[in-house]
Design a protein around this ligand. Structure first.
Ligand SMILES: Cc1ncc(COP(=O)(O)O)c(C=O)c1O
Length: 382
């Protein structure tokens, strides 16, 4: 089945297209022969490889990035009466994980230059209840981790990095997800590598690792392999209610296979972003993103200023009519009913509001061709 068949025949340029190779399929098929199918040796190998790639001490595989965020908050004992500062411009899971942990999300504004959380706004939103900051490395560009780490140290706060967009992203030569207490990665099909559904927590803390390994598996202290290789499989203890946030062997096999070619994938994504930048260079009503070798280029987001009678929405419609799918990342959190009820903000969200009027995310995937990019860019600038 092609991407076109899966969605709608009118789509000429899809917004995203996961790259699953013959080698990926072979590895997944082999993993299906594993006698365990979940919580076994392929997961252990995926975790070890992930820890070594990101240079974090530990990596723990989970069912998705939302469960990774939730477990990280739980591991740090963040809950009732606590406030957690998150950016207003992010996917809803950054906020819902805080709510699921029983704490209150506090919305900070963004920096208009790279759409990352504004460090000035973090400071404005600090209160005596603030326990943690969740910076989101937006679209695959790192937040300023020097400043965020300084704020956290000064006010004794935890940092949980939302790295859902940022596998392969570096700051000062270090992989993101290694600056704070924990880093949370997503392998959803739109992400730079996919396990279909899946996630990973990176941390240098043995305490967090122990909690997360246990809590992802119903609070049971032993893994499936441990239970069925030695002694009585039923003889385990549970001291705290856990979750089923496991990732299985098949997904781990796919992740392992994709992780091997991540650098190549990200290189191709970067080249595609640079090509878009080149195409839009001469248009003063288009603001293009800065692309560096440290960026994983998860999304290509540009800003369209009002020009004549045209604007972002009109361009979105024009692209849609031609079968070119684009999107907006994101509708800001403060606009959702859930967050109107559950979130706080102690400052202005002006930059996030302004950005929402102008941003558009263009089709981007490693296998996108220049010919397709020309069609997208020429439809925008026609
Ligand atoms: C910034 C951000 N955080 C968290 C998530 C949640 O990831 P998952 O779908 O793996 O739960 C996403 C997913 O798109 C995301 O974009």
């Amino acid at each position: 089945m092609t991407v076109k068949d899966a969605f709608d025949n009118s789509i000429k340029v899809p917004f995203f297209a996961p790259e699953v190779t013959d080698q990926d399929r072979k590895i997944v098929f082999n993993a299906l022969k594993s006698p365990l199918l979940t919580d076994g040796p392929v997961l252990r190998k995926f975790e070890a490889r992930f820890a070594s790639y990101t240079k974090s001490k530990y990596a723990v595989g989970v069912s998705n990035a939302t469960s990774a965020l939730h477990l990280s908050l739980r591991a740090l004992n963040i809950g009732k009466d606590d406030e957690v500062i998150i950016p207003d411009m992010t996917f809803v899971a950054t906020a819902s994980s805080v709510i699921l942990a029983g704490a209150t999300p506090v919305l900070a504004d963004i920096d208009s230059r790279d759409l990352n959380i504004s460090t000035e706004s973090i400071e404005k939103n600090l209160t005596s209840k603030t326990k943690a900051i969740i910076p989101v490395h937006f679209a695959g560009k790192s937040c300023n981790m020097n400043v965020i780490t300084r704020i956290a140290e000064k006010h004794d706060l935890f940092i949980i990095e939302d790295c859902a967009h940022a596998l392969g992203t570096r700051f000062d030569g270090k992989h993101v997800g290694t600056f704070g207490d924990a880093g949370c990665f997503s392998f959803y099909p739109t992400k730079n590598i996919t396990t279909i559904e899946g996630g990973m927590i990176t941390t240098n803390s043995k305490k967090i690792t122990d909690y997360v390994q246990k809590a992802r598996n119903h609070g049971i202290l032993k893994s499936l392999t441990q239970r069925y290789t030695k002694g009585k499989p039923w003889d385990y203890d549970v001291v705290e209610a856990g979750y089923n946030y496991r990732i299985d062997e098949i997904r781990s096999a796919l992740g392992l296979s994709q992780l091997e070619r991540l650098e190549k994938i990200n290189h191709r994504r970067r080249q595609a972003c640079k090509y878009y930048n080149q195409k839009f260079h001469d248009y003063e009503w288009i603001e293009t993103p800065t692309i560096t070798e440290d960026d994983s280029c998860h999304l290509y987001i540009m800003r369209i200023k009002k020009h004549g009678s045209s604007n972002r929405d009109k361009i979105f419609e024009r692209l849609l009519k031609k079968g070119i799918r684009t999107s907006v990342h994101y509708k800001p959190l403060h606009k959702f009913t859930l967050l109107k009820q559950k979130a706080k903000t102690h400052g202005s969200l002006e930059q996030s509001k302004n950005a929402y009027e102008e941003i558009i995310s263009l089709p981007l995937y490693p296998q996108i061709t220049r010919k397709l990019q020309d069609v997208v860019a020429d439809t925008i600038t026609q």
